[in-house]
Design a protein around this ligand. Structure first.
Ligand code: ADP
Ligand code: ADP
Length: 226
């Protein structure tokens, strides 16, 4: 049951100094509910791939389909988490989580319950009316994961979500992410620099090589989860 189908996907950034090919043709199928980790050296095109899947960047050629629908603009059915939480400092944690719904042109009142449930399950209860700068880095990143999930997207995209956190917090966040995945079975694409993290969390690990966009190997992690 293919959820994300990527065919012949390329991206060339145009700049004053010329064209920068950043993604060689990529073919990749991701099944519904699968957890895929993407690893590879800096500059190999991991972030570019994720932004293309999110519809945040136009592809130069090729195609991406999510649930059979061509991605050619920012799509509603995804949640995205970046390395830094990018929460608005003048909005409470709860408002930051709900703002994402508002920006999608939906009625925030209908998502209040979902926001409260996420706040509770991610251990942010009691902090929902605080401002982001009152929270630790780990708590801010938990808030940004809540924000990505509040509209219940079927795809969760994460670009080095825990890269800026200390090792202890990172381990806790990994456990947290695993819990979310067990409970919701979303299709997850995670970029990470940590191979242990990739192997611990993912069903499949896609290794990209330093040649921009080339996929070097795809490992299926044998230990199938219940
Ligand atoms: P990674 O996430 O694996 O570090 P990126 O997708 O960020 O790689 O970058 C892939 C390549 O594309 C790099 O060579 C990078 O310099 C280039 N690149 C990324 N974003 C831009 C941009 N906005 N304009 C021009 N080149 C870019
Ligand atoms: P994380 O590892 O998620 O960043 P911390 O280890 O910094 O979290 O904090 C652990 C606990 O300490 C939090 O769950 C929270 O209860 C409390 N805490 C963290 N930051 C604050 C804060 N700014 N104000 C009050 N309590 C906090």
């Amino acid at each position: 049951d293919v959820h994300i189908r990527i065919r012949g996907l390329t991206k060339t950034y145009r700049s004053k100094t010329g064209a920068v090919p950043s993604l060689k043709p990529i073919d990749l199928d991701i099944a519904k509910g699968e957890f895929v980790a993407i690893v590879g050296p800096s500059g190999c095109g991991k972030s570019t791939l994720l932004k293309l899947v999110a519809g945040l960047l136009p592809a130069t050629s090729g195609s991406i389909r999510i649930g059979g629908v061509e991605v050619d603009k920012p799509i509603d059915d995804i949640g995205i988490v970046f390395q830094s939480p990018v929460l608005l400092p003048w909005r409470s944690v709860r408002d930051n989580i709900l703002l994402q719904v508002q920006m999608r042109g939906r009625d925030t009142a209908a998502y209040a319950k979902a926001a409260d449930t996420l706040i509770k399950t991610s251990g942010l209860e009691g902090f929902e009316n605080r401002y982001p700068w009152e929270l630790s880095g780990g708590m801010q990143q938990r808030a940004s994961i809540c924000r990505a999930l509040v509209h219940d997207p079927s795809v969760l995209l994460m670009d080095e979500p825990f890269g800026a956190l200390d090792a202890m917090t990172r381990e806790r966040m990994n456990a947290e992410l695993q819990r979310i995945w067990y409970e919701t079975r979303k299709t997850v694409l995670l970029i990470t620099h940590s191979i242990p993290e990739a192997v611990y969390l993912a069903d499949r690990v896609v290794v990209m090589s330093s040649r921009p966009g080339a996929i070097e190997a795809i490992y299926d992690i044998d230990l199938r989860r219940p």
